[in-house]
Ligand binder design. Structure first.
Ligand code: URA
Ligand code: SF4
Length: 240
């Protein structure tokens, strides 16, 4: 399968797992942009194939590049704490990035690199069909909430454009955890924004179930049900 090819709809856990692993295998050997030259390991993403919530960061940093896993450095530690603050664990969600290979020296990804890598994220979205896409930082926000400013829209949601591959998802904007590591104000705000995520998931579920559109942010009710899957089995993350 090429990077641009449509992904066959996956309907069972095992089909989704296999489809995600197929995408990951392509990413690991991908040379579609110049970021392939400087990487140690590509970082396809990881998480639960049945999750309703997809987190999308910017791109791998040094630790992620060394390990081939997303958000395993200092920003990842903070992301895990932010998730814990709402009772969620990283293995219950799916975590990936806009570009799957580390930009040299952690520079910003270039537009042509983002465009080259976008089909992988699109296919991951098609397989996972998340209810909520949580954008971490500016580059991810720009993909799912184009034309907005992170300082103005963090902690708010809007429908994700269908062109991203999201069938029917709300995109919820958070600051990047690395920004929260640099500023206690941003850190505090990040915890506040994360606290709103269960309610956004509730709104997204209602929307997908055909409820009339809600009038604004934040949405009405937090869901009673825990995030799917309620019982992820063991603590080992599903790696892709
Ligand atoms: N920052 C990101 O944007 N993504 C990672 O995977 C790690 C740090
Ligand atoms: Fe391929 Fe994306 Fe890595 Fe570029 S960043 S080489 S498009 S996987």
């Amino acid at each position: 399968m090429t990077a641009g090819e449509a992904t066959v709809e996956a309907t069972t856990t095992e089909q989704r797992r296999a489809a995600l692993e197929a995408i990951a295998a392509e990413v690991r050997t991908c040379t579609r942009c110049r970021l392939a030259e400087g990487r140690t390991k590509a970082v396809p993403g990881e998480g639960h194939p049945d999750t309703e919530v997809l987190f999308v960061g910017e791109g791998p940093g040094q630790t992620e590049d060394a390990q081939g896993r997303p958000f395993v450095g200092r920003a990842g530690e903070l992301l895990v704490k932010l998730l814990a603050s709402i009772g969620w664990r990283r293995q219950e969600v799916f975590i990936t990035n806009i570009v799957k290979c580390r930009p040299p020296g952690n520079r910003d990804p270039e537009p042509d690199e983002i465009a080259a890598c976008a089909p992988y994220l699109q296919r991951q979205l098609e397989v996972l069909d998340p209810a909520v896409v949580v954008t971490l930082g500016r580059f991810s926000m720009a993909h799912f909430r184009p034309g907005e400013r992170i300082t103005q829209i963090h902690g708010t949601h809007a429908p994700a454009p269908a062109a991203t591959g999201a069938r029917d998802a709300l995109a919820y904007a958070l600051f990047h955890p690395a920004a929260a590591l640099r500023s206690t104000d941003v850190e505090r705000q990040s915890y506040d924004d994360m606290a709103g995520l269960p309610r956004v998931l509730g709104a997204a579920r209602a929307r997908r179930a055909g409820a009339p559109p809600e009038s604004g942010n934040p949405p009405a009710e937090a869901p009673d049900a825990p995030i799917i899957p309620p019982d992820p089995g063991d603590d080992a993350p599903t790696l892709f």
